[in-house]
Design a protein. Structure first.
Length: 144
């Protein structure tokens, strides 16, 4: 139901870890995620620790779902001197191609404890259904 769009994302993540370079708006960092089916919907959980709710942007255009978030530095007083900074700052992004079997019009988003959870219902047209067999009396006669 979901397709990865960037086969080089893991290489980018490793390069960012080695160089210490964080994401920018033109070249955002990856955000870890889980995706699974739960009943009649797909669930996507994205880790965004330390990101404010108003710094998260979710867009759907056709079948492309884009999540962008920015983790900003904490406001510091003038007398604060940073001794160690390992937590990544900057822009994080993830794009997913949604299959036509998902209902992109009814996505629900929740954000709790640094985890953004998206719930995408399976479209009615994709659900299995029974087809009734009609009798010959119900069929119109050809040529009459």
């Amino acid at each position: 139901m979901l397709m990865r769009t960037d086969p080089f994302r893991e290489l980018d993540r490793l390069a960012q870890q080695l160089t210490g370079v964080t994401g920018t708006w033109s070249r955002p960092s990856a955000m870890p995620m889980d995706a699974y089916r739960e009943g009649e919907e797909y669930v996507i959980a994205l880790d965004l620790p330390g990101v404010a709710k108003d710094a998260i942007d979710i867009d759907v255009e056709r079948n492309m779902l884009t999540v962008k978030a920015e983790r900003r530095p904490l406001a510091k007083a003038d007398d604060v001197q940073m001794e160690l900074s390992e937590r990544p700052l900057g822009v994080f992004s993830r794009q997913l191609v949604l299959a036509d079997t998902l209902d992109a019009e009814r996505i629900i988003a929740d954000y709790d404890a640094g985890v953004l959870t998206l719930r995408i219902p399976i479209a009615e047209r994709a659900k299995p259904r029974k087809i009734a067999i009609g009798g010959s009396a119900n069929r119109p006669q050809i040529g009459s």
